[in-house]
Design a protein around this ligand. Sequence first.
Ligand code: 6PG
Length: 481
Amino acid sequence: MAAHFGMIGLGTMGRNLILNVADHGFEACGYDRDPAQQKRLLPEAKDKLVKAAASLPEFIDSLKTPRVIMLLVPAGKIVDNVLTDLLPLVQEGDIIIDGGNSHFIDTERRYQQLQNSGVHFIGMGVSGGDEGARFGPSLMPGGNKESYELVKDILEAVAAKSDEGPCVTFIGNTAAGHYTKMVHNGIEYAIMQLISEVYGVLKKAGQFNNEELHDLFAKWNETELQSFLVEITAGVFLKKDDDTGKDLVDMILDKAKQKGTGMWTSQSAMDLNVPIPVIDAAVSMRYLSALKEERVKNSRLHSFNGVKNTVGKDQLARVCKNALHFGFLLSYAQGLQLLSVASAQYNYGVSIAEVLRVWKGGCIIRSALLNDLRKAYLRDSSLANIISSPLFQPVLDECRKDAVTLLKLAMDNNLPAASLAASLHYFDAYITDRLPANLIQAQRDYFGAHTYERIDKTGVFHAEWESKSPLAAPLQKPKGD
Ligand code: 6PG
């Protein structure tokens, strides 16, 4: 049999995706340098149109031309190594899809390199974890439209389906697919952080036990907060630990790990001068959580006698729900703004409304809110930020009140809520006509003659400020010594 589709990298994601491809009637062949991974595929692929190749040349020979070869290997050097091995074996017109979480700058480089050799290269974000890969991921392919058209049928078949069709489209030029997936992950970090902050308040200030937390998140999942992350959070609270019989969530160490995609989102936003503080705080809080030993020591050094929560459980639950709604919306707002700015800067040609459609099924940040967001971008494709959309004015203004209530409560109880606080400050700054940034401009002009603009006339100005104190002024002796 000559296969329609080849997969390099037979880890769980690769194996599941190849089975998904075969389920849709496409013959597929898999290859992994590690024979153990191949062995795992064969029993799973029993009775399916799937085979495994023992070597790279055998793999190449088993594919129909033009060959469609997808890589699902760890991002970074390994992708380059696989491409180096692959390039002498493929021919002009073949299509290589990198489906890992590659950094968009690497994808840009690889795209240009492969363009010169006549091989199609598609950098494709794949979201949905193991289960998504098996039964329908959200797919974000980028590169060029012509390459996409060659694989469109397979991708549409394997992708998740929403009420608006397959969760895949041509996302945009060169590295647009991986950039979009990176932003997806930045939003994922923010939403997960917000949920964990609310969990902290409900558990510590509200004294909610795990069963109550399960019930609450399950109930929220029937409301406008309906989303994959809220749904699985409800599920987390039910799981028992096999070793101890206790609730598993209580046995898990409070150090959050990361593979780097959230950090890349923050780095890119800094490069493009786009404020995304909710995502930044989520990334930083993962680093802070990792400082477990220091945190434990510090907790003994700084004793805190906070006021206890005085809000009843029902009211607290209501406040938390609206605060989450507020934070979720602003997480999407920031990610989407970053994506539009990046698209303009790098000529990706991304349609935000289409990205939102592709995220409706299969991916980790799928949620009911995507429908509302999509409406706003369908109405105005050049919308800079949903804060400026009349569609979101009532809900943001209403939910802001509960975000404030929750933050006051968190502060009074010594419970950190960095992403929620960042949501509030970001929103408040974005709706403020005159910020105190005039003072920063005055300071810059004072110490560095950096100039300032004025409110009453155009142009650039510099003032003669009072003379400064000497740079190496002696320290003043404290009074009373
Ligand atoms: C997805 C996820 C996935 C990501 C993991 C872990 O969309 O399926 O975003 O791609 O790799 O969620 O990410 P971290 O290890 O960085 O938390």
